[in-house]
Ligand binder design. Structure first.
Ligand SMILES: C[S@@+](CC[C@H](N)C(=O)[O-])C[C@H]1O[C@@H](n2cnc3c(N)ncnc32)[C@H](O)[C@@H]1O
Length: 828
């Protein structure tokens, strides 16, 4: 496993600023250098600014409480002066020298900067929100000035979900600062879980501590005891609406029967009349997603900016659900914050991580996050001292073990060095029919011993079913540089059968290699024929038609069309190897792949094109089982099948089918989505039945049984232009078509999301009326729908095929992608 970076959150005190001109190195540089040279840490992490900045900001931006404000003439004069100073600061912005911990370019290369914890971008107090944003912009400007590689910004407050839009808008604004010139990245520190949600959903992971004290901000909703000094001004219409809304919510909450209501969590800050607004987006039992949902909201508002990432904070307990954890493997997690408190003591008192946490970190390794260890000097564990955390973490991150989530990276372990650099890299699928492959591409194919072993085994079994005394005939259609011809020759020897082999290849360059092999190795045992298998004529009919024209989805390199043309070669009782193949898909989430397909440098239509991808930072969204409604299929579902040879086709005089309609296909599949996530695309796989019990498979759940360690094919990725947000326990209906005209074949795809009524009405989720109540709680929202309990509600119809097995509420859909093959197609 590659070595991952580990950073030390430097404990206070930090060195004071230099007191002589241009010291080199500066005191901070010296501290960083000493730390990195005397330990095995790679980076250091410190707050960008210090307590003086907090003091000044609070003095300028917060109003004194009535107790503090003596209302004397001197006091109000003083207040006026401070207000003036505050407005000057609001106009000019900026930090002063003694307020920053980092002030020189040379100090930042090995540094991660922390933004202030005390800023409140989502405060219930509108003035505090605005002044927090101004303050953070000053920090960002400084971070950009000193070329800080990353600034980690404290995440939004779980208690203030209602004001998350303000938080996200402020971050979007930061990303715009010097956006064309700066490399400074922003990482949002998001807790791995919301302890309140975990407690309400049941027991936590063993080795974690669900009862630990909630962070202050979680329970109060406000980080500041005072109000904003801006709040002394006339209240905006928005703010007064928010206040009314919150009061209504509080009343509703008080009227609700305990245990059945909308979960709100509100508290008043000590001296503020403004309330917090913990509006929990309802999550299904077993899917703690509050904190992920906050991140999802922020990055969506920020347009999936590549300079924005997550710092996943493991201070809170891990959610007990593996699926809830696995979603982070498809997110841009650049940092993992590991406080000493997240370790547990082993029998000898050394700090170790729970088994669940180890598995989680191993699963995250594919994202190459940097770990930040904090609180290591606080002597929380009896043995090992401050370096014990680092040594243990190095051990965990360099030794392989089971990780969370299903691997979608077919053959990734077998491909080894050959696959280096392929992770999440988008490759245009090969078009071996339209294009002529280069020798280097054939070379890569031929390095996979498993594929040819399977073919040879299948050919051997087929030969064993032929009589020994006769001389048979075999056609290898699409022979390339000849490896399948070699497989046939070996199988003939093993099976003690005799056969003439005909090798057909349309790539004139590959045909040169075939000529050479015939001259030097095969001689009369093999006849080579140059041309398209749909047109060439063989001197005799054959017993076996061997081909490998399979793409990642099976049929996407036009194996069906080519083999329709080559079926003429077969005797009436002849066999094709492969005999059949199937296409399979699963809905996936991957912000990396979504970002890659959406890059402005890609050609038009790039986001409506299927790609071959060795999937790594990808999470499967679908779950096993039928879902709450009983309507859904497996986690990875079969779309369709092709069989060869087809005997039911009407053929023309040339022996070819009159048209290609028989090769069109359509599939409509329902998937259960147990854990909320954004749908970014579909992962496509194939399985081929070669002969007897021999096959090829890149289906993630079957590959290790059917053709273990085969690495010739990576999955196909069908992207969605716009991610579709899927809530937990919803149903996703995916439609995929294989279409064709006279000159090409193409795929079209789209998806729809539904929330089953069973789920909405289930005891585990809030009642349907409450759902409507929640969705209408935004400003201007009305009362719960009067149609809710009507038997033939237009919102929740309960009859008709479409809703067979119970109703469901449509919650979203994508557009149809690649209509008419306008963005991608495969030439016939
Ligand atoms: C995926 S490669 C397989 C090559 C080789 N059989 C192997 O397994 O390594 C497919 C081969 O079929 C050839 N091919 C594709 N369509 C063909 C057609 N219609 N007629 C003849 N050859 C074709 C391509 O040029 C290419 O060499």
């Amino acid at each position: 496993m590659p070595r991952l970076n580990i950073a030390l959150d430097l404990p206070p005190p930090l060195p004071s600023l230099p007191n002589q001109p241009h010291p080199s190195p500066s005191p901070l540089q010296q501290l960083i250098n000493n730390t990195l040279s005397s330990t095995d840490y790679d980076l250091c992490c410190i707050p960008l600014t210090n307590a003086r900045w907090q003091t000044r900001w609070e003095r300028l931006c917060l109003r004194l409480t009535e107790d503090e404000d003596l209302a004397s003439p001197e006091a109000s004069k003083h207040r006026e002066e401070v207000d003036r100073e505050a407005d000057m600061w609001r106009r000019e912005g900026g930090l002063s020298r003694e307020e920053v911990n980092v002030c020189r370019l040379e100090e930042t290369p090995h540094l991660i900067g922390l933004g202030p914890e005390w800023l409140d971008l989502d405060s219930p107090d509108e003035g505090i929100r605005f002044d927090s944003e101004l303050a953070l912009r000053a920090e960002m400007a400084h971070a950009i000035y000193v070329s800080l590689p990353t600034i980690i910004i404290a995440g939004p407050s779980i208690a203030n979900r209602h004001f998350l839009p303000s938080y996200a808008r402020a971050i979007a604004g930061l990303l715009q600062m010097n956006s064309t010139t700066t490399n400074t990245k922003i990482s949002i520190r998001i807790p791995i879980s919301d302890p309140v949600e975990l407690i309400s959903q049941g027991p936590s992971q063993p080795g974690t501590n669900p009862t630990q004290k909630l962070p202050e901000s979680t329970s109060t909703g406000s980080k500041h005891k005072r109000m904003s000094s801006l709040s002394t001004r006339p209240m905006s219409i928005h703010q007064s609406q928010v206040n009314t809304l919150q009061q209504n919510q509080l009343q509703q909450q008080q009227q609700q029967v305990p245990g059945q209501g909308v979960r709100t969590f509100s508290g008043t800050s000590a001296a503020s009349s403004t309330m917090s607004a913990r509006t929990v987006v309802p999550s299904a039992a077993g899917d703690p997603c509050t904190t992920w949902e906050m991140w999802d909201y922020i990055r969506t508002v920020c347009g999936h900016d590549p300079r924005l990432s997550v710092t996943l904070d493991l201070t809170n307990p891990l959610p007990p659900s593996v699926g809830a954890l696995a979603r982070w493997t498809a997110e841009p997690v650049s940092y993992i914050w590991l406080p000493a408190g997240s370790f547990i003591p082993n029998a000898k008192g050394y700090p170790v991580l729970s088994k669940a946490c180890q598995a989680f970190l191993r699963g995250m390794a594919k994202l190459s996050p940097t770990y930040i260890l904090s609180g290591t000097t606080m002597s929380r564990h009896p043995a090992g001292g401050p370096t014990a955390y680092l040594q243990y973490l190095r051990h965990i991150t360099t030794t392989p073990g089971p990780g969370v989530g299903m691997s979608l990276a077919n053959g990734a372990s077998a491909v080894g060095d050959l696959g280096a650099g392929y992770s999440d890299f988008l490759q245009a699928p090969l078009q071996p029919l339209m294009d002529d492959l280069g020798s280097a591409t054939y070379d890569v194919f031929e390095r996979d011993p498993v594929k040819y072993r399977q073919y040879e085994a299948a050919i051997y079994l087929a030969l064993m079913d032929l009589p020994q005394e006769k001389t048979h005939a075999i056609a290898v259609a699409g022979a390339g540089r000849g490896p399948l011809v070699a497989c046939c020759l070996s199988a003939l020897v093993r099976a003690e059968r005799k056969a003439k082999i005909y090798a057909v290849e349309k790539n004139a360059s590959a045909f040169l290699t075939l000529q050479e092999r015939k001259a030097l190795e095969w001689h009369d045992a093999v006849d080579i024929i140059s041309g398209d298998m749909r047109k060439v004529v063989l001197p005799e009919q054959v017993d076996l038609l061997v081909s490998e024209l399979l793409g990642s989805l099976g049929d996407n390199e036009l194996s069906p069309e080519c083999l329709d043309g080559a079926a003429r070669f077969l005797k009436p009782d002849g066999f094709s190897i492969p005999m059949s193949y199937t296409a399979h898909i699963a809905p996936v989430s991957s912000s990396k792949l979504h970002y890659e397909v959406s890059l402005p440098t890609r050609p038009a239509g790039a986001a409506e094109t299927p790609y071959v991808v060795m999937m790594s930072a990808v999470n499967a969204l679908s779950g096993e089982g039928p879902g709450p409604s009983g309507r859904c299929g497996e986690r990875i579902q079969q779309c369709w099948q092709f069989e060869h040879p087809r005997k039911d086709l009407i053929l023309g005089d040339d022996g070819l089918p009159l048209n290609n309609t028989h090769n069109t296909r359509s599939a409509h599949m329902s998937f259960h989505i147990p854990h909320a996530g954004p749908l970014h695309g579909l992962a496509g796989y194939f399985e081929a039945h070669l002969y007897g019990n021999i096959g090829l498979s890149i289906h993630p759940e079957n590959m290790s049984l059917v053709s273990p360690d085969m690495f010739s094919w990576f999955p196909l990725f069908f992207p969605f232009i716009e991610p579709l947000h899927l809530p937990s326990n919803c149903e996703l209906v995916v439609s995929l078509w294989r279409l064709t005209d006279r000159v090409k074949v193409w795929y079209e795809w789209c998806a729809e999301a539904f929330l089953p009524l069973e789920e909405i009405r289930s005891e585990r989720r809030v009642s349907a009326q409450q759902i409507i109540g929640i969705s209408s709680m935004g400003l201007g929202g009305g009362a719960p729908s009067p149609y809710m309990d009507a038997p033939t509600s237009p919102i929740y119809p309960t009859h008709g095929n479409y809703l067979a097995g119970g109703g469901r509420v449509k919650i979203g859909q994508t557009r149809l992608h690649n209509v008419g093959g306008k963005c991608s197609s495969i030439g016939l």
